[in-house]
Design a protein around this ligand. Structure first.
Ligand code: ZN
Ligand code: ZN
Length: 648
């Protein structure tokens, strides 16, 4: 170490310090030479340690601090700020009362007050916050804009919107920061109309306030209003574009997200990683690879790093959700040198989605071998993988591993996987035991897993119980009525089938309209259940469908009429079944996609069992490959079989 001879050179050395070992070395030297008694120098040690963010820094600072005989207020300020930003922010208040005790006057307190107010907000210390505010009101600090803005922010953080607004209204001077904090606070508390009122009142709006409003509107599902502001904005920056694109993605309007992303590139704005991640997740939602390949191409052409801000994970996820698991794996191997935990999680969930459970487990082992700590999302992927591939023993094993080795307490989703796993395997008793023993109430998804299994295994009694629970937990969900009616139909209890139907009618439960999309000739085509097929094109699809049904009937296809839940004659039921979107989409695909090519369909609901057997036969009779992504997973139909083994 270079010789340190004076306080000045010690300070110079301290300022260059980057790690705890260096600081310890300097501190040791200071003890040896007596420099430790120089207040200025030792204050720097405390300040550096408490503010550096270096691990263990704050503890070291505290121990040095307690050995200073007469700490000056700057030492206090440093350590108060250090604690205010730590995991235990309330400790800063204790130090603050000590500081008040030894200070003759309030000189310099304005340096500490913003940190202390923040600490109160972060740790939800309402009483302490009130006391601080009371103290501020009695002093000149009220006129310090940093302090008074911090008061507003503290009340917002505490969820005290009324007090925040009162503090805001009585601010001696309001700057753009005060306005923006108040607008952001309202927006965060879902009081978007109040935020808008303030926004309209704001004398000089800056980019931050516009972006906050766009983001706020999008987060509460009001995309139209967000878009209106977006279009009105005098100057848009990358944050505005990203807010709008992710708003569309968040509200499940993926097409608009992709469209806007293209528009952004068109006006020569370079996307940041958040915009790329948003557009990739919109594409994953849409389920069609073409747009995804185009974005990937853009990333390559512009040499964007896949490891910046989750782009890699989003890309893996996109390929997997669009049905191209090999490409997902390819991206995963390409970023082998700098993978984040998100990348591992994405590939594991992707493999699970495709029913490739054993591959998913292999990746998990690789992860463990090289010492990457899995988190709760990793285990969600692992358990889903076991579930989709019927790996019951493995599922039990990993569930135990997660709790015992990794000390991760299972969330409702993990329990849901286990319930689904046992239900699928036909062990309904075990599934019900888990529901009974788990620390939280089972949700509608868990009961729906049981219900689906009851249909598969023909267990009417448990099915009734499960349906009852789903109806209570998700009263507007029509799928449990369909499943229950299917269970009765399978048991040939037609009176009960009729009862379910009238129950649905009485309660006004509406089925979510089924929608299937298929990509052909550079465009996405949408088919809704029972949609009017008119024009020459519509006629062509319908007559193709007629032809397909005839050919399939020769192969033994019998329309499963129990899938129709309305009171109509058998003949009419059959024609209603035909109008399920995925059948029209298949016919459309057979007309438009070249022979031997893949027909790729995305469906918003769970595919019904009639459509499922229809597609199995189509793949055989027409010798084609069909890939269908429904609400839960992928179905790869080839030569009369489906990758889900008829259980989904
Ligand atoms: Zn169907
Ligand atoms: Zn299937």
């Amino acid at each position: 170490m270079a010789a340190i001879s004076s306080p000045a050179s010690t300070i110079l050395m301290l300022e260059k310090c980057k790690s705890m070992p260096e600081i310890r070395q300097i501190h040791a030297y200071m003890i040896k030479t007596g420099l430790v008694y120089q207040t200025l120098a030792i204050s720097r040690v405390v300040a550096f340690c408490s503010l550096s963010g270096v691990s263990g820094g704050l503890d070291y600072a505290t121990s040095v601090f307690h050995r200073i005989q007469e700490p000056n207020c700057f030492v206090y300020f440093a350590i108060i700020k250090g604690f205010a930003d730590s995991r235990d922010p309330l400790k800063s208040l204790v130090l603050y009362s000590q500081l008040l005790h030894c200070l003759g006057e309030f000189d310099g307190l304005e340096f500490s007050l913003p940190s202390l107010l923040k600490a109160c907000g972060m740790s939800k210390a309402f009483e302490e916050g009130l006391q601080l505010h009371g103290q501020i009101l009695k002093t000149r600090f009220l006129f310090d804009p940093f302090v008074s803005n911090s008061v507003v922010r503290m009340y917002l953080e505490l969820g005290q919107l009324g007090m925040a607004k009162r503090a805001f209204d009585t601010l001696p001077s309001r700057d753009v920061f005060s306005w923006n904090s108040m607008i952001a606070g309202y927006s965060k508390a879902n009081e978007i109309d109040l935020a808008r009122g303030l926004f309209d009142e704001m004398p000089q709006k800056d980019l931050v306030s516009w972006n906050t409003m766009i983001d706020g509107y999008a987060r509460c599902g009001r995309c139209e209003l967000a878009r209106e502001l977006f279009d009105m904005m005098p100057r848009k920056d990358i944050v505005s574009w990203t807010a709008m694109i992710s708003g569309y993605t968040f509200n499940q309007r993926p097409r608009e997200a992709v469209h806007l992303f293209r528009e952004m590139l068109h006006v020569s704005i370079r996307p940041d990683s958040a915009a790329v991640v948003s557009v990739l997740s919109a594409i994953a939602d849409l389920g069609f690879i073409e747009e995804g390949r185009w974005v990937h191409g853009y990333l390559r052409a512009h040499k964007c790093s896949l490891s910046s801000g989750f782009i890699g994970s989003a890309l893996i996820d996109m390929y997997a959700k669009c049905g191209y698991i090999e490409d997902a794996y390819h991206v995963f191997t390409n970023i082998s040198h700098k993978r984040s935990i998100g990348d591992w999680n994405s590939i594991i969930s992707g493999l699970a989605l495709h029913g490739l459970g054993e591959d998913a487990l292999e990746i998990f082992h690789e992860m463990e071998t090289i010492g990457i700590e899995p988190n709760e999302i990793t285990f969600l992927g692992v358990l889903t993988a076991c579930c989709h591939s019927g790996l019951v023993e493995e599922g039990e094993l990993y569930f135990k591993l997660m709790k015992e080795n990794y000390k991760i307490s299972p969330k409702i989703q993990h329990y849901g996987c286990m319930i689904d796993l046992f239900s699928r395997a036909g062990n309904l008793k075990k599934a019900l035991t888990i529901i009974h023993d788990m620390p939280m109430e089972a949700d509608d998804l868990a009961w729906k897993a049981v219900l689906s299994a009851c249909m598969k295994h023909g267990d009417v009694e448990t099915g009734e119980l499960a349906a009852q629970r789903v109806m209570e937990l998700a009263p507007n969900d029509s799928s449990c009525y369909v499943l229950l009616s299917n269970i009765y139909a399978k048991a040939r209890r037609w009176d009960d089938v009729a009862k379910v139907r009238s129950m649905m009618r009485e309660r006004g439960v509406k089925k979510i309209p089924g929608c299937s999309t298929v990509y052909a000739n550079g465009k996405i085509h949408e088919f809704l259940v029972g949609m009017e097929m008119d024009g020459r094109y519509g006629g062509m699809i319908l007559s193709k469908l007629e032809e397909v049904v005839c050919r399939l009937k020769l192969e033994g296809y019998e329309p499963d009429l129990t899938q129709v839940l309305v009171d109509v004659g058998e003949e009419e039921k059959e024609s209603l079944l035909k109008l399920h979107g995925e059948k029209m989409a298949v016919s459309f695909g057979l007309i438009n996609v070249g022979k031997g090519a893949l027909i790729h369909i995305v469906k918003n609901l769970r595919v019904c069992s009639d459509c499922h057997s229809f597609m199995k036969l189509v793949s055989k009779v027409y010798n084609c490959n069909l890939v269908v992504r429904d609400q839960n997973r992928f179905h790869h139909f080839t030569n009369g079989y489906c990758s889900c083994n008829d259980y989904w």
